[in-house]
Design a protein around this ligand. Sequence first.
Ligand code: PLP
Length: 401
Amino acid sequence: MTDLSDYQQVLTPNYGVPPTIIVKGVGCELFGQDGARYLDLAGGIAVSALGHCHPDVVQALTEQANKVWHLSNVLANEPAIHLAKALVDATFADRVFFCNSGAEANEAAIKAARKAAFDVYGPEKIEIIAFNDAFHGRTIATVTAGGQPKYRTGFGPMPEGFTHLPFNDCKSLEAQISENTCAVMVEPIQGEGGVRPICPTFFEKIRAACDRVGAALIVDEVQTGMGRTGKLFAYQHSDVSPDILSSAKSLGCGFPIGAMLCKEWISEHLIAGTHGSTYGGNPLGTAVAGKALELINTPELLSNVTERGRQLTQGLNQLNAKHQLFKAVRGQGLLIGAVLKDEYAGRSGELVKLTMKMGLMTLVAGPNVHRFAPPLIISESEINVALQRLDQAYVAFNKQP
Ligand SMILES: *Cc1c(COP(=O)(O)O)cnc(C)c1O
């Protein structure tokens, strides 16, 4: 049997040492190699939207696995066309490009915005405005777009043309955006950056400013999309419509797939040969995501997200009245962050370790935020169990030196 000492010998050390090995998942529960059971309020990292081994998703995957796995984009397949149609029908988008991850979806978004600007306005219009503390992925271009310098240190030189501004600050946006801006890239809720929701007026200001200078609005919904906030995509809570949207994480519910959705005025510049992906749009991933979209985009499931989100937020506020750990509980739907008070700053990782001890998987969002991103199918009674275990974990935290 393999164990964590094998892990430490043969895997690159970039993730740190994981606390355990998981061998099975069913619904919202995970089972460890050592027999331990965990209720899952992490869902990978906001990925397993339909829980683990959802029977309909397993069926979609295995049926396709018995038909055809891979064709390349020289040939077409039915699941990819079906999924693209469903995404176009459900959103602002006219067209879809498929890839395999969130970073790749953002790469496609950046390249598409640059190419459209280049074709229409020429080589000066290259600036991408992004925001401090944003997270857009780990490739060279997407760490450059991201607003966390620690992810760039040591990997330079970085590509040119990216500007970072304070999140939710209308004035600096107005001061910076110009005719040379080709895109503004933003998350509706900064996920990795601490579960920080965008201010609605800021979102509207970005849209208006993009329209004024002919820039594309890229909305990164890799974490917030596919039902996570109680709408299919988080932008749908507002009147703002993106030009480009990136999706991944819950799109495949655990099967690796990403998508870049866009308006025609962007896609018309992605002519044959301009961009591509060997695995992008493969029939396995698109069959799974097609089933996921069908199951997620229903009034019943989306209202469960809203109700369970409310229940978890209320429960966290009640626990906080008792334990006095957090200065805020924020987020939307089932993407929730509890922000540690200043005296506990830097200690969110300890909370995750303690909840695991109590049989509960949770997440951090940076050093100061305890994050929750459970499967969207989670039940009322499961949230109640989770709150009991959180209570125990917060008791234990308060007893720690
Ligand atoms: C996770 C995440 C990404 C990166 O997705 P990968 O699949 O890890 O490449 C990009 N943007 C946001 C907002 C994310 O949360």
